[in-house]
Structures are given as C-alpha cells and as structure tokens.
Design a protein around this ligand. Structure first.
Ligand SMILES: [Zn+2]
Length: 416
C-alpha cells in the first residue's frame, strides 16, 4: 500500500515537473544569442600582426583567434562570401567565380551587375539567413553577396542594397539602429561588410603604406562598433565574428601570361583571366586548346575540368568550363586587350584568386563574446565551417548537403 502510494506520488511529481518546464519555456522562451558577422574584404591572415590594429588585436587577445582562415577556391570575393554563408565549396554553391557564364544558354553572372546577382537561379546553396529565418530568427545584412536576391525566402529580413559609397561609419550606425529595434523586430543575426582594404591593396599592393592606412582606418571603425554596442546595453550579449574572404599577394605586369596568344583560337571563349583562366573552346577543339596550354605550361598549371586536383573542389559544377588553368602565386593570365592596356598604364599591384592552399590567399578570423572561449588561440580554420558554426550557436539544424563540419570548429565555443 505504502509502496503504491509512493509510486503514484512519483508519477505526479514527474507530471508536475514536465508541466513546470513547459510553462517556463512558454513564458520565458530561451534567450536567443546575437551574432554580428563582419567581413573585411581581403584582410590577409597576417595583417593583424602588423601592430596597427589595437581594436582587432584586443578581440584577438580576449577571445578566440585562428592563425588563418582558409578560403575556398578560387580565392575571390563572391565565391568565398557564399562559401562562408552556405558552408559549401564553390563547385557546390554555384558561384564559381566573380564573373562566369551559363555555358548552355550564354547568360552571364557578374559582380557589379545587380540584375544577374539578384537572380536566385545562380545560387544552389542555402545562406545562413534562410536557415535562420525558417527557425524564427530575424536576420539582417548591411551588405553581403547574395543578400539582395529578389526571391522573398532567399534574402534576409532586412538588407541594404550594396553601395560602395556608403561610409564605413554609416554601415556601423545602420547595424546599431537594427539592434535598437523593439525586441520582436530586432535581428539576432547581422552581417556587416567593408571593402576598403581590398580596394587599396589591389591598387598599391599588400605591403604599401596606403594599404596599412586602410587597415588602421578599418580598425578604428571596429573600435566605433564596439563603443556603439556598449551604448545599446547589448555589449555583453553580442557575439562578434570578424573574418575575411581571402588574402592578397603582390603582382606586377612583368609576370603576365598572355593566354590569348598561347591558344590563338578566336572560337575559344576566355571566360576569366587573372589568377585563373577559364577556357571554353569549341566542342571539336578542346584537345587542341588543352595541348597548346600544356606545351606552354610555364608559371601555371593547366587541367581538363575533370582533372582539377580534388583538393581544389573545382570540377563538379556544370558552368566550370572544359579547361581550367591556375597561375603560380603572383603570376597572372592576360589577354590581348589587357596587354595593350599594360603598355600605357602602371597596372595594379595586388591580387587574389590563386591557389587557396597558398598562405598569402588565407584570410583572418577572430571572435569574441559570451559564447566564445576566452584567450584562446588556434590553428587554421576553414571558411566552409562558419555556416555549421552559426547553426551550432543558434541551436538550429544545418542543411545536410553542406561541405562544412561543426566538429572541426565547435571547440572554439564555450562548453565544447
Ligand atoms: Zn579583391
């Protein structure tokens, strides 16, 4: 009798506890974290070691820092912002270059051409803001490639149309305005993007004083962001992830390879020049073009699409053309038009897009806030692992078809 009474009491107690927990979660929903994901375009892995970035160095010192953040191939801006935000290699998310064509229809995707970059059909991956939105998390982008896609479910709740002329301070202030919205409207995941270091280092090279000036300038913008966060009262709740899409290396016009001269075939489309030449010959001429490139293989490597080494993850997508040539670090493919221009102008002194295993092409990564370990330095991280990291932070399910892996990166979070 006594035993039965105790048993019934235990069941009642369990029921009560269950009811109590449901009540607590309903009345006080679990607090959602805040994350601001900042991208400083072309901020090479080692710029933070130059002793000119007090704000970034403080985040590095107090929170998590990686030796570098390895980009996906090719080490270009749009492909890598998409790899960061989808967790996929470029061959899988579909943005295989800043500028490429649909080989079957001739339609072109091009950075700067907002008609093409706002069309959802090019994007095969799911951006983190889509995953988050589906889970009821409000999202916002103060610039990020693909954030302006016109299809409602493919863009964040709030976004700004890219305008290079928007000052960096205005970008920071815009993010702060979002954080001041009433709780029900306030985004918990926000991106922020700065282009100035990329612009200056293309123009003057990675070691120029003008590049260092732009690095110092961005550091003071980061300091402003930290100060403004303090004023919102959210400073202790906000997690900051600051990273870059790729690095930068010195180039000069004496290290040019005129691919148009080498192939000497007007029927072959040269889709990209620069660090990577993408060649689309006429169907009956693929072998001939490949053999000419192979015969002249000096300061570059040429591959049939299906033979591009596995480590580049650059074979699968149908818009990668039949022949891919990758220049040695610091060398560049040009065509006759660029060769003509080089005769008169000085040319640019920095570029990226090369082999993503080259350290010069690596970006940087620092993070701070309540969810990150303190005073924690680690080795190189992969940028395809940022998307699953974000899913882990917000406790939501990542897409199953991604290349990134939470297991490779989650150790930078507390309680891991
Ligand atoms: Zn660039």
């Amino acid at each position: 009798m006594t035993a039965l009474f105790l048993y019934k009491n235990e069941i009642n107690m369990k029921k009560f506890l269950l009811f109590f927990l449901v009540f607590i979660y309903t009345v006080f929903p679990q607090a959602k974290p805040y994350v601001i994901l900042v991208s400083i375009d072309a901020f090479r892995w080692d710029y933070i070691n130059r002793g000119i970035t007090p704000a970034l160095s403080q985040i590095k010192e107090e929170g998590v820092s990686a030796i570098s953040l390895q980009s996906a191939f090719p080490t270009k801006t749009f492909p890598n912002h998409l790899s960061i935000i989808t967790g996929m290699y470029t061959e899988n998310h579909g943005i295989i270059s800043n500028d490429f064509i649909n080989l079957f229809t001739g339609e072109r995707y091009k950075l700067g051409d907002t008609v093409s970059t706002r069309e959802y059909k090019w994007y095969l991956g799911e951006a983190f803001w889509e995953t988050a939105k589906r889970s009821g998390i409000k999202t916002a982008c103060y610039f990020w490639p693909a954030s302006e896609v016109l299809l409602e479910q493919k863009h964040p709740d709030y976004y700004k149309k890219y305008d290079k002329k928007t000052t960096d301070n205005d970008r920071v202030d815009g993010v702060i305005e979002w954080l001041k919205l009433p709780y029900k409207d306030r985004p918990h995941f926000i991106t922020l993007y700065f282009d100035i270091v990329d612009t200056r280092s293309h123009e003057y090279g990675p070691d120029a004083k003008e590049t260092n000036e732009s690095i110092k300038g961005i550091d003071s913008v980061i300091a402003r962001l930290k100060n403004s966060l303090s004023q919102t009262g959210l400073k202790d709740s906000v997690n900051l992830i600051i990273l870059s899409d790729h690095g930068m290396t010195g180039i000069d016009k004496n290290r040019s390879i005129n691919v148009e001269q080498i192939i000497n075939d007007p029927a072959c489309k040269i889709i990209n020049t620069g660090p990577v030449a993408l060649l689309h010959p006429a169907a009956n001429n693929i072998k001939a073009v490949y053999e000419k490139m192979k015969k002249n293989e000096n300061h570059y490597k040429v591959y049939y699409k299906e033979e591009v080494p596995e480590s580049y993850h650059y074979s699968k997508h149908p818009f990668i053309p039949e022949i891919v040539a990758i220049a040695d670090l610091g060398w560049e493919f040009i065509d006759n038009r660029i060769a003509e221009r080089q005769k008169t102008g000085g040319g640019k002194l920095g570029n990226h897009g090369f082999d993503n295993h080259q350290l010069d092409m690596h970006g940087f990564f620092v993070a701070g806030g309540p969810l990150f370990k303190k005073h924690y330095a680690t080795g190189t991280l992969l940028n395809i692992d940022i998307y699953p990291l974000l899913c882990r932070i917000f406790n939501i399910q990542p897409r199953s078809n991604i290349d990134g892996k939470a297991e490779r990166i989650e150790f930078i979070l507390n309680n891991n």
